[in-house]
Design a protein around this ligand. Structure first.
Ligand code: ADP
Length: 357
């Protein structure tokens, strides 16, 4: 188990000096951690992963595996196991031959090789399928072969680039749980790339949320959900209302704010390290679960219901409050609001989070 350090790493593709870097990052991945790079298409996730793997050279900065500076080291000398979206298996080899490949080129002795291949196949739940040819396997099984092939070499680091993208929804959930179990059992540090926030939240120890070529937040899933550092993070993770507010007063871990739609001031949690000035504009992240439909007399805000979506255990109501749209999660057992209805909204102040402007 080793930590990975990306020391002020950046990559600029274009040759012109004014070109913006595709990605800049300064972060440490802890030993044994399952760390996810999450962000929309084009945010630089793959570029960052390829720099860690050694396929792309950083324009500046250095990359460390433990106390080893690997910045200039060729990919095959880094001790990295990789799993890709398209499996990248050898179609003319059997399952066992595919898994054994990395051991063969490392000249591992035959006996030990067979033992390790059997152990890796068992780890991914494919015991007994070693003699099958690759085209006799389902997509999910093929991805498990790819995982076995990556972990059999006992890498210092496991890199996974959107490994579930080609699988259907149910198989994606099963396979992601299995990936996490294999990583935990092997104790290998893992870096996982995905654009799917639910997937990232489900399996990661920590997540770096990337957008516009930089990390907006590096944190545990729960903190990313509850305490988003930027409005991008609030909107990208789960569904959130990001409401404009004015700061009335600040004290320690809370601030008093007024909502743009009117109503009395409310007291909301904030990070004590965040700088805010009295009278300044800011944004408040309010999850749909933190808003209740109430009588207009008890309301922080009032608006008109423009849409109702039924989701099963809950439904969501979209409410227009002046220029702002507020999405409210309503338990199914409550009275269902109707389109066009005027409603009052009460915000559960403790479940919100203040975002600096
Ligand atoms: P992601 O994996 O998040 O979709 P990428 O790392 O693939 O993002 O790309 C980040 C940015 O760098 C994008 O704007 C992309 O067009 C650009 N880019 C990626 N690879 C290359 C390349 N080989 N040459 C030039 N630009 C590239």
């Amino acid at each position: 188990m080793i930590p990975i350090r990306l020391d002020r790493v950046s990559k600029t593709y274009a040759a012109s000096p004014e070109a913006e870097p595709a990605i800049s990052a300064d972060l440490t991945i802890r030993a044994g951690e399952f760390f996810t790079l999450l962000g929309p298409s084009g945010c630089g996730k793959s570029t960052l992963l390829r720099m860690v793997a050694g396929f792309v050279a950083p324009t500046s900065g250095s990359i460390w595996f433990g106390d080893r500076d690997v910045t200039g080291l060729a990919p095959h000398k880094r001790g990295v196991g990789m799993v890709f979206q398209n499996y990248a298996l050898f179609p003319h080899m059997s399952v066992a031959e595919n898994v054994a490949y990395g051991l063969k080129i490392r000249r591992t002795a035959r006996d030990s090789r067979d033992e390790r291949v059997a152990a890796a196949l068992s780890m991914v739940g494919l015991t007994g399928l070693g003699d099958r040819s690759i085209d006799q396997l389902s997509g999910g099984q093929q991805q498990r072969v790819a995982l076995a092939r990556a972990v059999v070499i006992q890498p210092d680091l496991l890199l996974l680039d959107e490994p579930l993208s080609n699988l259907d929804a149910k198989l994606r959930e099963e396979t992601r749980t299995q990936i996490r179990e294999v990583q935990e059992n092997s104790g290998t540090t893992a870096v996982y790339v995905t654009h799917d926030q639910a997937e990232a939240m489900a399996i990661s120890d920590r997540i770096a949320v990337l957008a516009d070529g930089r990390a907006h937040q590096v944190d545990e899933p729960r903190r990313i959900y509850r305490q988003p550092a930027t409005s991008f993070v609030a909107r990208f993770i789960g569904r959130s209302n990001v409401l404009p507010v004015s700061i009335v007063s600040v004290s320690g871990e809370t601030a008093e704010v007024t909502l743009a739609g009117g109503g009395p001031a409310i007291t909301v949690p904030r990070s004590p390290s965040m700088h805010v000035s009295i009278g300044a504009q800011a944004e408040l992240s309010v999850r749909p679960q933190a808003v209740r439909l109430v009588a207009e007399s008890e309301a922080h805000l009032q608006g008109v219901v423009t849409r109702v979506e039924y989701l099963g255990a809950t439904l969501t109501a979209t409410v227009e409050v002046g220029d702002t749209t507020v999405v409210v999660s309503v338990p199914d057992r409550q009275i269902v609001p109707e389109r066009g209805q005027r409603v009052g909204l009460a915000i559960d102040e403790g479940s919100t989070w203040l975002i600096p402007e």
